[in-house]
Design a protein around this ligand. Structure first.
Ligand code: SAH
Length: 251
């Protein structure tokens, strides 16, 4: 039988959900409770708040993900029980895969890795907005830091061709302020301008807000890196101010 305890010398890669503690799973909370040291990006560590104030925290700034993973393995090698936290789900644009790659790279055979799922922004944002992902959907990140933009364009076109509803992560940043506009222009090659869309900012955090709009309006929407964008499929509609993708039931 698999040992599910977060034992000393092991690392739990924990998805902490979108923000507030009530949106974390009990398993995630237990993994953090039992950790000797919690490793993560400063913003997420701040979100954890009072409950874990007594823990040893180790953080590295954004864009130092490989260093953060290395740090986690160093701590585990000292015999500590380590929790590596990520927002949302650790296996969706998170650190889970990098941790397995790092384990291989370091030859850290004695260190066990356990991945604890969290509520990803597609799921929590969809709930805030209504029910936009209630049929086949896909998730696309507009960040070209690790993915060539040509491949992102190809995936956007494929998603539109397959009439998938789309959850868009990383829609914008300081350096990439026009990426959502570029993405919408690609979708508008085949999707109608009136396509029902929406976006949610600061899901599960103070100031959460959602907006519905058409694809044409989405093109010019102000979004930032704390926003998740939703593009409906051809059947999606705005019902009572919420974005809804019907499953197909007859009423
Ligand atoms: N692992 C995370 C995703 C990290 S990528 C998850 O599973 O949710 C970062 C992107 O996720 C952001 O640019 C944004 O598009 C989305 N995101 C993550 N948390 C969010 C939140 N609380 N509110 C809105 N969008 C969020």
């Amino acid at each position: 039988m698999m040992d599910m305890e977060n034992k000393t010398g092991n690392i739990a890669v924990v998805g902490m959900g979108p923000g507030r503690e009530s949106m974390m799973t009990d398993e995630a909370l237990q993994a953090l409770d039992s950790a000797d040291v919690i490793v993560g990006y400063t913003v997420y560590l701040d979100l954890l708040g009072e409950r874990f104030a007594g823990k040893e925290f180790l953080s590295t700034p954004m864009k130092q993900e490989t260093e953060r993973c290395r740090l986690a393995f160093e701590e585990a090698a000292k015999g500590k029980s380590v929790a590596m936290v990520c927002s949302g789900d650790a296996g969706i644009y998170g650190m889970a895969s990098l941790m397995f790659e790092m384990k291989e790279e370091l030859g850290a055979d004695g260190t066990g890795i356990r991945v604890i799922p969290g509520i990803t922004a597609a799921s929590s944002g969809a709930a805030a907005l209504g029910a936009p992902l209630n049929h086949d959907f896909c998730v696309i990140s507009l960040s070209d830091l690790l993915t060539p933009w040509e491949l992102i364009e190809k995936r956007l076109r494929a998603a539109a061709a397959g009439d998938f509803a789309i959850a868009i992560y990383n829609p914008s940043s300081k350096k990439r302020h026009d990426y959502l506009q570029k993405a919408c222009d690609i979708l508008l090659e085949t999707a109608e301008p009136e396509r029902a869309c929406g976006y949610v900012r600061s899901i599960g955090r103070d100031g959460e807000e959602y907006h519905t709009c058409t694809l044409r309006e989405l093109r010019d929407a102000e979004v930032d890196m704390f926003t998740t964008v939703f593009v409906g499929n051809s059947q999606s509609r705005i019902i009572d101010g919420r974005l809804v993708t019907p499953r197909g039931y007859k009423l």
